[in-house]
Design a protein around this ligand. Structure first.
Ligand code: SPD
Length: 278
């Protein structure tokens, strides 16, 4: 018998993948955690039934959420990842040559443990990396304990339902601002412009109220709703579109390049128009 898994992405659309087997299922104190072995995308992590990452396309999301802000900042020594318990963003941060301290603040210890077991290539920085500090804690509380501390903060959250809702609010971005140094930068995953344009716009407007430089950028992620995914960067000083190609370190990448860094900020008209409306 064939096994298929469907994530219902809207009331009318889903993504369906053929599954070899279920490798892991549990309910942690925070959420349901599943690991599936799919035919198309390799291993797939689901949190509360929603696709968080897969072996085949994780590189797009993790390179783009991390390398764009890291290469916008001239000296990103101290970096925080809020969420991101699979370790993919942390892997990207720790391999950046200028980063000295990479802190991961994940609320659910079981996500970290499950990913260490089933996604070793994504989770490799979660154990024994000399640059990494792993905290199992609430990211909102953590940033209040470290004012004026980080050069870059990445918000690698789940979708804004349930536990992650607080990571998309105006008040949260104000706290992020306070935890950044005077020239700090934040970047957050900010959902699907095709399916949730109003939400994307609302998040952008929240970030824009706090950061003098606010820019949305895009990447193509096959397993996320609509395949077109947005990130929003908030910066106290540096403009991501003014980065010089020569300043981008030469590192092995699968998606991110100096050209992609620039191109990702060129928005389709319907998105640009939406962000310009009040
Ligand atoms: N709809 C999926 C959004 C998930 C964003 N976070 C994924 C975490 C990967 N590190």
């Amino acid at each position: 018998m064939e096994l298929w898994y469907t994530e219902k992405q809207t009331d009318n659309v889903g993504i369906t993948c053929k599954v070899n087997r279920t490798l892991h299922t549990e309910t942690s104190p925070f959420q349901r955690i599943d690991v599936l072995e799919t035919k198309q995308f390799g291993r797939m992590l689901l949190l509360d039934g929603l696709v968080m990452t897969t072996e085949k396309d994780e590189f797009v999301y993790h390179e783009m959420i991390a390398q764009v802000p890291l290469n916008t900042h001239p000296d990103p020594q101290r970096v925080l990842v809020i969420g991101g318990g699979d370790g993919g963003s942390l892997r990207e941060v720790t391999r950046h040559p200028k980063v000295r301290q990479a802190t991961l603040c994940e609320i659910d210890a079981r996500v970290i443990e499950v990913c260490q077991e089933y996604f070793p290539a994504i989770a490799n920085a979660l154990r024994g990396n000399p640059k990494a500090e792993i905290l199992v804690a609430d990211g909102i509380a953590h940033i209040q304990e470290r004012p004026h501390y980080y050069d870059v903060i990445l918000i690698d959250s789940t979708d804004p339902i349930g536990a992650a809702e607080g990571l998309f609010t105006l008040d949260f971005y104000r706290q992020v601002y306070k935890s950044l140094k005077e020239d700090g930068i934040m970047a957050a995953q900010t959902e699907s412009p095709f399916y949730d344009l109003n939400l994307v716009r609302k998040i952008y407007k929240n970030i824009e109220q706090v950061f003098p430089v606010t820019k949305l950028y895009l990447a193509s992620i096959p397993t996320y709703p609509s395949g077109l995914w947005s990130f929003t960067l908030g910066s106290k000083r540096y403009d991501p579109e003014q980065v010089k190609e020569a300043d981008i370190p030469d590192m092995p990448m699968q998606y991110y390049t100096a050209q992609i860094h620039k191109a990702a900020f060129n928005l389709p008209k319907f998105i640009d128009d939406a962000l310009k409306t009040l």
